[in-house]
Write a protein that binds this ligand. Structure first.
Ligand SMILES: [Zn+2]
Length: 104
């Protein structure tokens, strides 16, 4: 059911984008821009737990099962993070934080 719903949302986004292109070839109105941004937020991408090699977000300690919103590659491992902020924080000093990731 969840998959059907997100597929519907993606369809809506594509419709909005298609309409925006056909209605305004040279000028984008402020209203169109707001609609697209709102739609992007609603369909924020997440990553499957099976795609990453860590059990926990090494920066904040949150289990990856709670939701992965960004990933990075480090030493041939794929690490999942709850947010881009956590990923950026990890990349400042990966060696010091890697143990907290609990690599599978
Ligand atoms: Zn985090």
């Amino acid at each position: 059911m969840k998959i059907v719903k997100s597929g519907f949302l993606v369809g809506c986004v594509l419709l909005i984008l298609a309409c925006g292109q056909s209605n305004s070839n040279n000028s984008v109105s402020p209203t169109d821009t707001i609609n697209v941004v709102a739609a992007d937020t609603a369909t924020e991408k997440t990553f499957a737990v099976s795609l990453v090699n860590n059990k926990k977000d090494p920066t904040c300690g949150m289990p990856v099962t709670a939701g992965i919103h960004d990933t990075t590659h480090y030493e041939n491992k794929v690490l999942g993070f709850c947010s881009t902020e956590c990923k950026n924080e990890f990349l400042k000093n990966p060696k010091a934080n890697l143990a907290a990731a609990e690599i599978k």
